[in-house]
Design a protein around this ligand. Structure first.
Ligand code: GLY
Length: 437
């Protein structure tokens, strides 16, 4: 089996590793915008190319006689890479453009949820006109302001956080309206969790839930990032989540998959990522993504026991109902080592010393935005190395990841020591107990 992977980050290294672990020993090929040394090592061949340039990607896939492709990031999905590969007769894991709108167009996603009566939608409005948007901000008072299009997860700002008051929310709206329409939403207060699923358009298989940490610094302060680290618990529930809330999130995602087909007459085939928030009024939707989360993919795919090649084939053939997908009964904690100064003024081209890459079953190391020169690894300015500790509890997994970061990885980098610690996890539990009353 020849598998083509599109993408070059930490998420894609985790996908590549899961494919490479498959018992049928597939041959892996990749199209990467920049050479990820971790992915490159697992590949039979790779091409450095713009990941959204579907003409060249199709050409490469045909040249290499690819049987199936998987697209990691959202930008190629938005550009129609999946459509182009399917049109060329190559099955793809990663939804077609029309389905990927669930992530790539925030206004489409909210209007779609409203039209199909999908639970968890906030009060919201989509605006092109500043005065109307400003009136709506006055009405809601506590708001999230989102550009409608793709922002790499960094364009959303909320009052009481990055926006100190209503005036700041209006100012930010004005700025965004110069380039895009703007979605103004009621701000939700609560704990967030991630639920990811394998989807073939007719069937959906859920992964264990995870919690990401968006803020750059310990104590959940500082600028927003793509995600500094994430954890999963033994079993499917992060510790502050109840079975009932988990079921609510599952039902929402099932309804999304069903309704996307109704709306677009196209099956959603790929990964669906739900970002949920538990509020005093129940389980609400922050957003959906049309791909695995980064870093959450590193937690989930590390735990995956079933061959990834079987899963991607079942997604392409719409036979997920015939496959038993299993995850190890372990907890994971992923911590990203990022360059000093990240995300605002990251150190670039700084060497990172990595003492060891293979730790057997306790630890996984995934490369993200780094490059290799003369056998050494260097930062490019974005998140560099994901370290995943695996243990019988979150506490144990945290200690394992922390130990590797402290003793075996060094350079002009930093990471959040608090992710996955007992103290921070307990804080989440206490907060949810308080919110639920
Ligand atoms: N970890 C958040 C995301 O991948 O969008």
């Amino acid at each position: 089996m020849k598998v083509l992977l599109v993408g070059s980050g930490g998420r894609e290294h985790a996908i590549a590793d899961a494919i490479a672990r498959s018992s049928d020993k597939p041959l892996l090929f990749a199209v990467m915008s920049k050479k990820n040394p971790g992915i490159a090592k697992l590949c039979t061949d790779f091409k450095i190319n713009n990941e959204s340039d579907f003409e060249n990607i199709v050409k490469y896939a045909k040249e290499k006689d690819i049987n199936i492709a998987i697209v990691g990031p959202e930008a190629p999905l938005s550009a129609g890479v999946s459509d182009a590969l399917w049109n060329a007769g190559i099955p793809v894991v990663g939804p077609k453009k029309v389905c990927a709108q669930i992530e790539t167009d925030k206004a489409w996603a909210r209007n779609f949820m409203k039209k199909y009566d999908i639970p968890g939608n906030p009060k919201y409005g989509v605006f092109e006109n500043y005065d109307l948007a400003a009136n709506f901000i006055e009405e809601l008072k506590d708001v999230a302001v989102k550009p409608a299009g793709l922002t790499g997860g960094k364009g959303v700002k909320v009052t009481g956080d990055q926006l100190p008051d209503i005036e700041a929310a209006k100012e930010y709206t004005k700025e965004l309206l110069q380039n895009d329409s703007v979605v103004i939403e009621e701000r939700f207060i609560g704990e967030e969790f991630t639920l990811q699923a394998f989807v073939d358009g007719k069937n959906i298989v859920f992964c264990p839930t995870a919690q990401d940490h968006k803020r750059a610094y310990e104590g959940d302060i500082g600028p927003n990032t793509g995600g500094m680290g994430s954890y999963t618990n033994v079993g499917k529930l992060v510790p502050f989540l109840t079975e009932k809330e988990y079921e609510e999130a599952k039902e929402i995602m099932e309804k999304v998959v069903e309704s996307i087909y109704e709306e677009t007459k196209t099956y959603y085939q790929g990964i669906l990522y739900g970002q949920f928030i538990l509020t005093k009024d129940g389980t609400k939707v922050i957003e959906f993504n049309a791909r695995f989360g980064d870093p959450e993919a590193m937690n989930i795919l590390t735990l995956l026991k079933t061959d990834m090649t079987k899963i991607i084939s079942a997604i392409a053939n719409q036979t997920l109902d015939k496959l038993n997908i299993e995850f190890s009964e372990k907890a994971t904690v992923c911590k990203y080592a990022v360059p000093e100064g990240y995300p605002e003024k990251p150190v670039k081209d700084a060497g990172i010393r990595i003492l060891k890459e293979d730790y057997g079953n306790d630890v996984k190391i995934y490369y993200s935005s780094v490059y290799e020169k003369d056998g050494k690894i260097y930062t490019t300015g974005s998140r560099s190395i994901g370290v995943v500790g695996i243990g019988d509890s979150i506490k144990e997994a945290e200690a394992i990841a922390q130990n590797v970061l402290d003793s075996d990885i060094s350079g002009k980098i930093f990471f959040r020591r608090d992710i996955g610690t007992e103290k921070l996890v307990q804080k989440r539990i206490d907060r949810m107990n308080e919110i639920r009353g």
